[in-house]
Ligand binder design. Sequence first.
Ligand code: TRP
Length: 353
Amino acid sequence: MSSPLSSTDAAIVRSRQMAQSLAEHPERHRMLTGDRPTGDLHLGHYLGSLRSRVALQDQGVESFVLIADYQVITDRESIGNLREKTFSLLADYLAAGLDPARSTLFTHSAVPALNQLMVPFLALVTQGELQRNPTVKDELGASGRPLSGLLLTYPVHQAADILFCKADVVPVGRDQLPHLEQTRVIARRFNARFAQGTPVFPEPTALVNDQQLVLGLDGQKMSKSRGNTVRLAASADETAALIRRARTDADPVITYEPDRRPEIANLLTIASGFTGTDPADLAAQVGGAGARALKELVTEAVNEGLRDHRERRRGYAADPAQLHAVLRAGNAAAFAVAEATLAEVRAVMSMDY
Ligand code: TRP
């Protein structure tokens, strides 16, 4: 007898099947994913998520990419420079190759009908489910603040992000799986309880990123607050300076041994992400030339790999009117999609007066 799958294992299996289906029938799927506009994107985002979104778009998958501005106030007191962060994120999206003609780029605060879906959705979840969500618990712990109503319920808001456009595929990191599970439960319950016989929402599949996680330059989790990242917006010189300070170890010969030498392995993984060469082969190339030569190789790989992105990014950053126009058009498109979905929801709930 096979052992029962945990919900994470089951999500991974669905993710693999979805990857296959996306490759064979991109036109059958609709993707939604997004980011909080809390800080500049860095190379971890680029290697881990940005590139694969662009690939899905280019493959022909209809795409929605959300700037989750309301989520900024889930675990922090103030808005900060939200506007600047929003436009910085948008500039990175466009520079990476997300194309407003093929992808809807929008902020959820601008889409009232999306937000209204939260009302019926809140009726479909229990306090216990909300309180058990491990990602919410982690964020609560890290926030050092009391649990706000929004932090507790933001996974339901995130379900509205996903379901307003009936996305069936959601590329995310593993920390987002509890939210995807909650979204699936909401879709299922909505269809069963409120939409007798006429299902309105699909149960979306998380497309889990299998790529090896890139660590920060100090070997810790990559994060802006630790100052251990290379921002996509950084200059080539800043990049070189950051990588020169990256942590290595005392062994003079470079080898790829992720368990024994995590910092060296991480630098090799970063270079490999940009060059496409296997990390073990890169290690063999550097060998006895040591950490300094490795850092030069990594710097070259990152600066070369991001050269076009950075140039395009500078162009967008210099043209705020164009960024604004892109966002307004994306918001208008998302607005129309959300209104249509809300009209359906009202109709099945006998609220179409
Ligand atoms: N919670 C996600 C994060 O912190 C951002 C996000 C908001 C999102 N809404 C989403 C991701 C909908 C995927 C789908 O990274």
